[in-house]
Design a protein. Structure first.
Length: 719
């Protein structure tokens, strides 16, 4: 019963919405089709008005051409009369009146007038006395009188009479004596209508019922219309015309609500053209269109009803399936959340162990050293263990920070020149030292390379190779082997592609762990008590670095037999680099007597840095922030300092700002004194930032004493 009631309620709602929708559709259709039919009527009426306008212009131009021809003929006639008068005066063969009568007949004129210089009529020969009276107003004008003073001048005009007739006249000065000759031709109204095209003839083919009513008006009077009853009517007595005049600036359809009509008005040079149509004709097709829309809407509504009915039959089944899917997705999300919490807990446990282990070693060895202050052998042993524990802690911190940078996409690659063989030698020097402690042999094979001088990010390449080869040592067997091979696969368009292969004879990996090797914080033995110490970040970092540099990394491994890693990387070829020299001479690493401005805000770091350089014989001047360093350098004589060792993160003024201000000082040594950054900011973007600030080199903390001395001597050699 509940289901039936719900279905009835849904049906009522459906048809209610359907009826309301139908009303809205009909309203929308009515507005749409009304607009479309108005546009169609506007186009139709405008086309008609434009046609009448163009044709009216043609009639006007034709009539003007006839008028011009008539006036030109009279100008020629008046000139001819003047010539004849001059000739007869010289011969004296006939009187002036007889000659004028002869010219009227010979030149087909209605009359000839002879005026004196003041415009007074001296002699008149005419067939139409009334015409002379009509011309009186024109003959009194100055423009006509000017013809007496300027014989070469002529004047002509058409005078239209109220009954439709017209008089064409022309005047010029006499050639035989001072005076004016005027000739004219009278054309009766019946002949004027015969010889002039009538605009009314243009409207003969337009039916007022289908094409609308067309009016052509001039001087406030209808002169032509396809409704003959309107011809001769004053436009001020026609409400339609007055309504259209109020919208004279618009070229669009105008609604004349008082007359239930729509119309349009255009202006020709001489006429006003009005075209209008009753609204019943404008919207004649509207009922038919609305009927079609109504039928289509009913059909669509019925089809939708049938479709909706079928959908309702499937709805319950689909609803159950969605609920089941949603329940499973909630379970999966809960499982993933639990897994994430477990991973976070395991990570914190591993980090707790991995961080506390070296710290415990450092603190413990310090306690042992204090217990045996006089035992030099024990003191050396404790220092060595403290150093190893410190290096392990530093490696852990670096790997965690590097992984964070790589995961966030904030790693900035360098584009600097480097020699690939020299970089490999640096990596192998470290790896061979680590391998020597366990009797592991490092073998180089197949170094088939054509281009050694490259452009890329050598620091990141070194880190990638160190991670792979470091693991090859860490997870190798005692007295095992590590085989490194390198080949250049191809080169094109200034790029070379290289393949690095590192193979070891170590413990290998299980198939299960091989699936997770590139996941952060994972190790073969998940127990924190594994004999192979590590963060589980080495391989994820290596993979991220390879991909960031546009390459790839892959591996094969067999449990108990070893692992082989293959890295493929592209580099730009450094075409500007010269041929590598086989031998290089290194400057002696001595800074005895070197004057150093040491800038450091931390007392402990200041003490360590001062010890590193002062122990080698350098003369140290201390500054405790960037501002103090700038002031100390500015006050010192030119050349007082050979090198500036600059911390970066300091209060008052940081190292980068201080370097910029020192470089901007107006003295020669400010531009050339080496400024070496010493900072715990060890990422590539930090190095780029210090270079942009004007520093020459970037040393990362903790400082390696030998590297500090070597870097100073390198720049002193350049200086």
């Amino acid at each position: 019963m509940l289901t039936d009631k719900a279905s009835i309620e849904k049906g009522i709602r459906f048809w209610s919405v359907g009826i309301l929708g139908g009303l809205l559709v009909m309203l929308g259709a009515s507005l749409y089709f009304s607009d479309q039919e108005k546009k169609a009527a506007e186009a139709r009426l405008y086309e008609t008005a434009e046609y009448v306008k163009v044709q009216s212009s043609s009639v006007t131009h034709y009539n003007e051409a006839l008028e011009s021809q008539s006036l030109l003929r009279l100008i020629e006639s008046v000139r001819q009369v003047g010539t004849n008068l001059k000739a007869e005066k010289e011969t004296g063969r006939s009187t002036e009146e007889a000659l004028l009568q002869q010219n009227i007949r010979g030149l087909w004129l209605s009359g000839i007038l002879i005026l004196d210089e003041k415009g007074e009529t001296k002699e008149s020969v005419t067939k139409m006395p009334s015409a002379e009276e009509a011309l009186a107003g024109i003959l009194s004008r100055d423009v006509v009188k000017d013809c007496a003073r300027y014989p070469e001048k002529t004047y002509s005009q058409r005078l239209r009479l109220p009954d439709g007739a017209f008089i064409d006249m022309a005047a010029c000065g006499r050639m035989d004596k001072p005076g004016i000759i005027v000739v004219y031709q009278y054309t009766p109204a019946q002949y004027a209508r015969t010889y002039t095209l009538m605009i009314q003839s243009l409207l003969a083919g337009y039916n007022p019922l289908t094409d609308g009513t067309i009016l052509v008006a001039d001087d406030g009077q209808v002169i032509a219309s396809n409704d003959k009853a309107l011809i001769g009517e004053k436009t001020k007595h026609l409400p339609v015309v007055q309504a259209l005049k109020e919208n004279a600036g618009s070229r669009h359809l105008v609604n004349i609500s008082e007359e239930y009509a729509y119309g349009i008005m255009l202006r020709q040079r001489d006429y006003y053209i009005y075209v209008y149509m009753p609204d019943t004709k404008v919207f004649a097709a509207l009922p038919k269109n609305l009927g079609i829309i109504f039928v289509l809407y009913l059909f669509a509504l019925s089809a939708f009803f049938m479709y909706r009915y079928r959908e309702q039959m499937l709805h319950q089944k689909e609803e159950k399936e969605r609920e089941e899917t949603y329940r499973k997705s909630l379970q999966e999300e809960a499982r993933l959340a639990d897994a994430a919490n477990v991973a976070k807990t395991e990570f914190l446990q591993r980090m707790s162990h991995d961080i506390r282990t070296p710290i415990n070693g450092i603190i413990g060895m310090l306690a042992v050293a204090e217990r045996y202050p006089d035992d030099l052998k024990k003191q050396v042993e404790c220092r060595e263990k403290i150093s190893k524990a410190s290096q392990l802690l530093l490696e852990l911190i670096n790997e965690v920070l590097d992984m964070g940078k790589l995961e966030s996409g904030e790693v900035v690659l360098e584009e600097k020149s480097f020699h690939l063989q020299e970089l490999l030698n640096e990596v192998l020097t470290v790896i061979e030292k680590l391998a020597q402690e366990r009797g592991i042999e490092v073998i180089k094979r197949d170094l088939s390379v054509t281009h050694w001088n490259l452009i890329g990010s050598p620091g990141h390449l070194k880190r990638l190779l160190m991670n792979i080869m470091g693991n090859a040592v860490k997870y190798n067997k005692d007295h095992g082997k590590i085989i490194l091979s390198l080949r250049e696969d191809e080169s094109e368009d200034g790029r070379a592609f290289y393949t690095f292969i590192c193979k070891d004879t170590g413990i290998g990996m299980s198939e299960e762990y091989q699936k997770r090797i590139f996941e952060p914080f994972t190790r073969e033995d998940e127990s924190v008590k594994t004999a192979y110490n590590g963060t589980g970040l080495g391989m994820p970092i290596a993979k991220k670095l390879a991909e960031t540099m546009g390459g790839s990394i892959s591996f094969t491994s067999q449990k108990g037999e070893g692992t082989a890693f293959t890295v493929k990387l592209p580099f730009l070829i450094d075409k500007a680099a010269g041929k590598a020299e086989n031998t290089t001479e290194e400057a002696e690493a001595s800074i005895k007597g070197v004057r150093i401005l040491l800038v450091e805000d931390n007392e402990l770091n200041m003490e360590i840095s001062e010890f590193i350089v002062a122990e080698k014989g350098a003369v140290v001047t201390k500054a405790w922030n960037g501002k103090e360093a700038v002031e100390t350098f500015a006050k010192a004589p030119e050349g007082a300092f050979d090198v500036i060792l600059m911390d970066v993160m300091m209060p008052v003024m940081d190292g980068c700002e201080a370097a910029k201000e020192i470089r901007a000082l107006p003295r020669k040594d400010a531009k050339r004194v080496p400024i070496i950054a010493m900072t715990a900011n060890a990422f590539t973007e930090d190095k780029i930032r210090t270079r942009e600030a004007g520093m020459n080199e970037h040393l990362s903390k903790p400082l390696a004493p030998d590297l500090v001395v070597k870097t100073i001597t390198k720049f002193l050699g350049k200086k």
